[in-house]
Structures are given as structure tokens and as C-alpha cells.
Design a protein around this ligand. Structure first.
Ligand SMILES: [Mn+2]
Length: 425
């Protein structure tokens, strides 16, 4: 694959002069505002976003799926793809595995592949939203929340197995997302479903190693359309609190009803020390799996502003950063490069917010000034700074352009064929 350091340096060479000119110009104006540019570069370099194993193939909708060429057919190929992304952007040094779609056959071999491309293993994800071949009980009417004890036990057992798989890979967190709920009023008892879920999660929590986290994800609807058991951050927070100090809430941007104030949720969770992880994506209507920053970049910036304030002003542990998207039109790797870049840009813009000035505007009830402070940061074109951080780490000045110029997809199609299908999709 043409992603060796030499290939990337060859791609960068003709762009270096213009990159330096743009960076110097921006750096000078930031320094005039009292910002420490080397420290900004370091923070941008340190931000690493995990890639989910399911995002490397083309996603589908309930109407159909249109495969792209050269999709990864095996776990090894998925990890190699994450390695390509990381080589280009130096910002995606971990993969988040979905079990049972990505159970390693040979753990040592998989770890060696990951190590060879500089990739670690982020949170492992359990799956009780679909039945697997030969499964003894069905999740059709719920898993951890199911009224039938044997179904709940099967779902608990699956989660415990996922922890065991994660332990062998060096993962440190289990993400639980439940499809459980009801599609019609009267179908389930809300109280019983919630209590069953808590009892099941408690069994899983008992099997969690000391240095692990359990991330409890919420979602207001889908695949159930009347109610989901863990419908919102409040329900997830309630469960995480009852479970104990290793349990946290996970915020998936797509898992909110339209216009929900997600930045306020982030702030509240961090105040309580319970924000455990983030799933990035973007959406116009619901859980649309669109490229991060493609629809609501200002919202993303406001979320990062809360996160960055929370890092210094709360005791919340560092959250796990993951993308959770798998959309149906673009080359998945191009989409992931765009998403990671969008995350880095919003993060960087949020780093530019003058929190002291903002506090003073708030104390003086100067509403217009408070808005100006935020928007001054948001309207700064930070691309030369983000690209410089990536360049200094050995990545490509423009990762997406490099991906195209180096002909990565063409090489993958040549190696894997044009009709491969990613597992789980
Ligand atoms: Mn998610």
C-alpha cells in the first residue's frame, strides 16, 4: 500500500511552502490574541479518534445497500484500513470492534496486524439487536429487558463474552447499546423493562475488570418506534449511577430528537463526572449516520466548547472518542477522513475560545459580547493549524487529497476485488 512515510512525504513536498505561509499567517494572529501555538499543536496532535470496524464498509438503508469496491472482507483487512487512515491523518490510532461481526480467530495474529500499523483497540461493542445463526433464544422482543429470564441470561452471557474478547485484545471498555423497547403502547411494562435492564446490566457490571468502563448508550427511538428502554441521557445516567463508578453515559450525536441541546447534556454529565464516551456523526433528522460536521458544524463546535471547559473545570475522566457512522454513498475511508478532520477542526476552534473573557461577559450579562466570543472562535479558519499538527506528526497535509492522489482505493480494488462485502453489513 502506498502509505509509507516516503509516499506521504512525496505527496507533501510540493505543498510545504504554501502550508507554511498559511500556518505562519494564522499563528501570528493567534499569538497576538495571547494563544500559545505550540501548545495548541500538541493538543491537536494528542486528539485521537477511534474508528468503528463497521464504518469501513458501505452502509445501507432499510431499502437497500450498494457495495463499493475493495471493501474489507475480514477483520485483518478492516484493521489494515484503519492503519491507512491513521498513516494519512495520524489521528485515528484505535479501532472499536463490533462483536460478533468481528471476533478474531487468532488473537495474536490480529494484535500483530494492529501493532504493525500502529493501531490499538478501543471500546468493544456488544450486539443483542439481532439474532445470530443457531441462537437458542430470540431477541425479537428484547434482550437485557426481555420478560423471559432465559433470553436475558443469553444477552448477559453475550456481553460477558464480549468483555473476555476485549480483554484478550487490550480493550478497556464495553459499550452497551440496546434496541430493546416497544413499537406499540401497551406492548411492554415500562417499569418491568427498565428494572430487567438494570438487573441484567448489574450482572454484566460484575464481570467488568477493575480498570474497565461500561458505557451505556441511549437512543430515543429505532428500531422500536414507540419506546426504547434507555431512551435518553437521564435514563442512561440513572442506570450508570445505580451500577457504580465504572459505569458511564455514552453520548451518540445521532441519538437525539431534532433540536435537542446536546452541548447542555454534555455539560451536565461532565459536572456529575459521568460522561464516558462519545459517538460522533451528524444528522438532519434522526440517526442519519452522516459525515461529522456536514450538517451542524456550529453545534459540534459548541459541544467541544463544553467538553474543553469540562476538562479543566470538572473531575470527569477523559471520555472515549469514537466515530459511529456507516453511511451509504461515499467511499467509507474518504468519509472517515472527512469526519476525523471535522472533529479536529471543531476541537481546535473550541480551543480558541477565550474562557476568561467569556466568563466576564457572562458575569456582566453582556449577551452580545458572549456571542461574539464564541463566534469569533468558530469563524476562524483553523485548517492551516490542524494540517500543520498533522504534518508535524508525519501525516499528509490534506489527508483526503493524499488518499486520492496515492490511488489507495484503486489499489484496494486491485487487491480485494470490486465485489467484496464487509462482514456485518
Ligand atoms: Mn452509537
Amino acid at each position: 500500500m502506498k502509505t509509507s512515510s516516503d509516499h506521504i512525504q512525496d505527496y507533501n513536498a510540493p505543498l510545504e511552502k504554501e502550508q507554511k505561509r498559511q500556518f505562519d499567517f494564522l499563528a501570528e494572529s493567534l499569538e497576538k490574541k495571547g494563544l500559545n501555538v505550540p501548545s495548541l499543536l500538541q493538543k491537536i496532535q494528542d486528539l485521537q479518534i477511534a474508528i468503528p470496524s463497521w464504518a469501513l464498509g458501505t452502509g445501507g438503508t432499510r431499502f437497500g445497500r450498494f457495495s463499493g469496491g475493495g471493501e474489507p472482507a475480514t477483520l485483518t483487512q478492516k484493521i489494515q484500513d484503519v492503519g491507512i487512515i491513521h498513516a494519512l491523518n495520524k489521528s485515528s490510532n484505535a479501532v472499536s470492534l463490533h462483536i460478533p461481526w468481528d471476533i478474531p480467530e487468532d488473537y495474536e495474529a490480529i494484535k500483530a496486524v494492529a501493532q504493525s500499523v500502529g493501531i490499538g483497540f478501543d471500546a468493544v461493542n456488544s450486539n443483542t439487536f439481532q439474532d445470530q445463526d443457531g441462537q437458542s433464544q430470540s431477541y425479537k422482543f428484547g434482550s437485557l429487558a426481555n420478560d423471559t429470564l432465559a433470553v436475558r441470561e443469553l444477552a448477559v452471557q453475550h456481553n460477558l463474552e464480549v468483555i473476555e474478547i476485549g480483554k484478550k485484545l487490550g480493550s478497556k471498555a464495553l459499550t452497551v447499546w440496546l434496541a430493546d423497547g416497544s413499537s406499540f403502547p401497551g406492548q411492554n411494562s415500562f417499569r418491568k423493562s427498565l428494572d430487567n435492564t438494570f438487573q441484567s446490566l448489574r450482572e454484566i457490571y460484575k464481570g467488568l475488570p477493575e480498570d474497565w468502563k461500561m458505557l451505556v448508550e441511549y437512543k430515543p427511538y429505532e428500531p422500536n418506534f414507540y419506546s426504547t428502554v434507555i431512551q435518553d441521557w437521564g435514563t442512561s445516567f440513572l442506570l450508570a449511577n445505580k451500577l457504580g463508578p465504572k459505569a458511564f453515559t455514552l453520548v451518540d450525536l445521532g441519538h437525539h430528537l431534532p433540536n435537542t441541546n446536546i452541548e447542555q447534556i454534555v455539560s451536565t454529565l461532565m459536572t456529575e463526572g459521568k460522561l464516558g464516551g462519545f459517538h460522533f456523526n451528524d444528522s438532519k433528522y434522526g440517526d442519519d449516520d452522516l459525515t461529522v460536521g456536514s450538517i451542524k458544524p456550529y453545534q459540534l463546535f459548541l459541544i467541544f466548547t463544553e467538553l474543553i471547559a469540562g476538562f479543566t473545570e470538572t473531575q470527569n475522566p477523559n471520555p472515549a472518542w469514537m466515530i459511529d457512522a456507516s453511511h451509504n454513498l461515499k467511499d467509507p475511508m474518504e468519509d472517515l477522513l472527512q469526519s476525523v478532520q471535522a472533529i479536529k477542526m471543531s476541537f481546535t476552534q473550541a480551543l480558541l475560545v477565550d474562557n476568561e473573557q467569556l466568563k466576564s461577559a457572562q458575569e456582566n450579562h453582556d449577551v452580545a459580547a458572549a456571542q461574539e466570543i464564541l463566534q469569533d472562535a468558530f469563524r476562524t479558519d483553523v485548517r492551516p493549524l490542524v494540517n500543520e499538527a498533522i504534518r508535524q506528526s508525519g501525516g499528509a497535509i490534506n489527508a483526503l487529497e493524499a488518499y486520492r492522489k496515492l490511488g489507495i482505493r484503486e489499489q484496494l480494488i486491485k487487491e480485494r476485488g470490486s465485489k467484496t462485502k464487509a462482514t456485518g453489513l
